[in-house]
Design a protein around this ligand. Sequence first.
Ligand code: MLT
Ligand code: MN
Ligand code: ZN
Length: 300
Amino acid sequence: MLLKVLGTAAGGGLPQWNCACPGCTGARAHPERRRRHASLAVRARAGRWYVVNATPDIGDQIEGATELHPGPGARQTPVAGVVLTDAELDHTLGIARLREAHDGVDVLATAPVLDAVREGLRLDAVLGPYTPVRWRELPAGAGRPLDGDSGVTVGAVPLSDKKPRYAADSPDSEASWSVALRLHDPGTGRTLLYAPALAVWSEAFDEAAREADCVIVDGTFWDDEEPLRSGFSTRTATAMGHLPVSGPGGTAHRLARLPGRCLYTHLNNTNPLGDPHAEQHKHLAEWGIEVAAERMVIEL
Ligand code: MLT
Ligand code: MN
Ligand code: ZN
């Protein structure tokens, strides 16, 4: 299974367009610190790639990945579709940018997420006149082939009922509003678990994480008080639906015990890990955990 990291920042990106915090200012001064919105491309089978979460940066992300470039036909693209982990705007706004798709596009998500993007964001009605969008329900559990009837399989591990603000009135309150994706290659027998928003470390998530060869998880905030300290929020990281990296309720000590390779993604611009010289990187190295890099290739 071939995976390409397309972006590693939380909503807003690094830098965020209207933010002059130290992290964003640092990324403006040092372009190598820039991070695009968290996204991942997975090769489902030869010549067929799916983008996990369609971010506002999707155009640049496709241009930055030669694997996703069009050709040899004039409007032939290896980008077959999109898989969503949730309905948040930083993970869904890019769907509309695929409106030029010549042969349409597949969008896979759980039932409440499909409903939010089709009806809440009105993408069904809005995109219909441009390109056929095939809305497909993402299976829970072990999963099904992502593309056709062979190759990489995809399955969802329900995580939480955290809904985007625009869907706050939705009556759905299932744990499938926010899921981890389990991508498995039956050829190599290897599995990736991808969870850019992790509100709770549930028993089901723990089991999936222990079975995975590689785990890429929510690294939005370094510690629980970070959003309060920055002055941008009145809620802790946990209350915002993002378990922090460090501290007793953090994810680092749990990741450190897993057998597979572990990386953080979805870094907020307040996260000290955005600065490559921050001492927090030493702690991660001691725990044997990495921070996903832009354009990183992972082969499983
Ligand atoms: C999140 O990750 O919590 C969301 O993207 C936040 C938001 O966009 O409002
Ligand atoms: Mn987000
Ligand atoms: Zn900022």
